[in-house]
Design a protein around this ligand. Structure first.
Ligand code: NAD
Length: 442
């Protein structure tokens, strides 16, 4: 099938590459000339395991192209995916300006019937807005489909190629059939293409993210309770997660969720519902708990060092919002570093993939000068007062505690926002270890 994907970011590039991988012919379009230029010279603008290999393969096979030329890409395709960003607007709603700008381009350059697919995460009712926008510029018939994306950064290629399910919201038989053909290579037994009306598909994406965010906030709340009454969240987690009805996934206590999706999608869902006077109480509480979780983590630092951190230096491992990605959008590390710096501390930080992204972000904020980035994970330790863990990269799971002990100031202190280690692993080193939902080792 001839396909164009507009927006060559985490979703658009992965979707384009995976669609090409299964034999479709795909144009990836972006308005960012630098990004397209990089892709056309063999570069990959994001860190995503396995992506480079499948991009290179399809480019070599001449079925994946990158362009800024909307006319060419729009006229080429039978199916056009919109995969541009939908960041939070000031009032918490999803900002649709990029989606509608693409709709305008499509309407302006349309030459024959096409299926236009909303892959960006957009509030219920957006398909109608996209349809109206396109129809302002053309009388050629077209259909709008909602096909929300459920991939996870860090495992995006695998998620796209082997999805748990594909959701297709279509109100026309023709469009539904085209989409089913398009996704046929991805269907496996027990992993269906679920078809539904457009609005239900739009809602499905927000409901999924809100549920997962709620699971995280739930376990964080139970962790805080454990801490107060002397329980151990790692045991409780195992105890409840082993129940198939509950499951282990998304039951990790920590510093709260971040990233480019959960915070903004939870916010947008709450806003959409409150606009029509339907308060989403569970989801609103999940959002509040998540915000407070970062503050509670910071309080652990203050509980050791006091409210003023003047002259202190902290080593920090993990800048991306989660492992296996370089994405720092709404990363907990940003809030944590900012608060520590505001209280007078300097930070020495390391991340296995997000160093470039961190350098850029830190250059854009006034407090960024107080954060120094180091290319080696152990180099941040020298003369630091404590090691703070923010992201649970595998690289941090089996460290050399002797080096940690010899480099950090005494008493060796680790404040772990991700419960990376069992007590049995750390106890023999005589380290002060403060984690989430468990007793402190002192
Ligand atoms: P992103 O910021 O990585 O990529 C968006 C791309 O769109 C950028 O390259 C940008 O230059 C381009 N763009 C913006 N306006 C454009 C225009 N008018 N014409 C052409 N290109 C334009 O965003 P992302 O993380 O890929 O997210 C895209 C959408 O997918 C969002 O709605 C997001 O909520 C959703 N989503 C993201 C994930 C994820 O894990 N990142 C998962 C599921 C769904």
């Amino acid at each position: 099938m001839k396909i164009s994907v507009v927006g060559t970011g985490y979703v658009g590039l992965v979707a384009g590459a995976c669609l090409a991988e299964t034999g479709h012919h795909v144009y990836c379009i972006d308005k960012d000339e630098q990004k397209i230029d990089l892709l056309n010279h063999g570069g990959i603008p994001i860190y995503e395991p396995g992506l480079k290999e499948i991009v290179e393969k399809s480019v070599r096979a001449n079925r994946l192209w990158f362009t800024t030329d909307f006319v060419k890409a729009i006229q080429y395709a039978q199916v056009i995916f919109i995969a541009v960003g939908t960041p939070s607007d000031e009032d918490g709603s999803a900002d649709l300006q990029h989606v509608l700008a693409v709709a305008k381009e499509i309407g302006t350059h349309m030459n024959e019937y096409k299926v236009i697919v909303d892959k960006s995460t957009v509030p219920v009712g957006t398909a109608d807005k996209v349809r109206d926008e396109i129809a302002k510029y053309t009388t050629i018939p077209f259909d709008i489909v909602s096909n929300p994306e459920f991939l996870k950064e860090g495992a995006a290629v695998d998620d796209f190629l082997r999805p748990d399910r594909v959701v297709i919201g279509a109100d026309s038989d023709q469009a539904r059939e085209i989409m089913q053909d398009l996704y046929a290579p991805f269907v496996r037994q027990g992993h269906p293409v679920i078809t539904m009306d457009v609005k239900s598909a739009e809602i499905t994406k927000y409901a999924a993210n809100a549920f997962l965010a709620t699971k995280i906030s739930f376990i964080n709340e139970v962790a805080n309770f454990c801490e107060a009454v002397g329980g151990d969240i790692t045991k409780v987690r195992l105890g409840i997660g082993s129940d198939k009805r509950i499951g282990m996934a998304f039951l990790y206590p920590g510093v709260g969720y971040g990233g480019s999706c959960f915070p903004k999608d939870v916010k947008a869902l709450i806003k959409t519902a409150s606009d029509i006077n339907i308060p989403l109480q569970v989801v609103s509480s999940a959002q509040k708990v998540n915000y407070e979780q970062r503050l509670l983590f910071l309080k652990k630092v203050y509980s050791v060092y006091g409210e003023s951190l003047q002259g202190m230096q902290f080593a920090l491992w993990g800048l991306s919002f989660k492992p296996r990605t370089d994405d720092m959008r709404e990363a907990p590390a940003l809030t944590i570093m900012e608060e520590l710096v505001k209280r007078g501390a300097t930070i020495h930080a390391f991340d296995p993939a997000a160093m470039e992204e961190a350098e850029l972000r830190l250059s854009q904020v006034p407090w960024g000068k107080q954060v120094k980035l180091f290319p080696e994970q152990y180099d941040v330790l020298t003369n630091s007062d404590a090691l703070i863990i923010v992201t649970e990269w595998n690289d941090f799971r089996d460290p050399d505690f002797d080096i940690i002990k010899s480099q950090l100031k005494q008493p060796t202190t680790i404040i772990d926002g991700r419960n990376l280690w069992d007590f049995s692993k750390i106890q023999k080193y005589n380290i002060r270890y403060i984690s989430i939902g468990r007793k402190n080792l002192v």
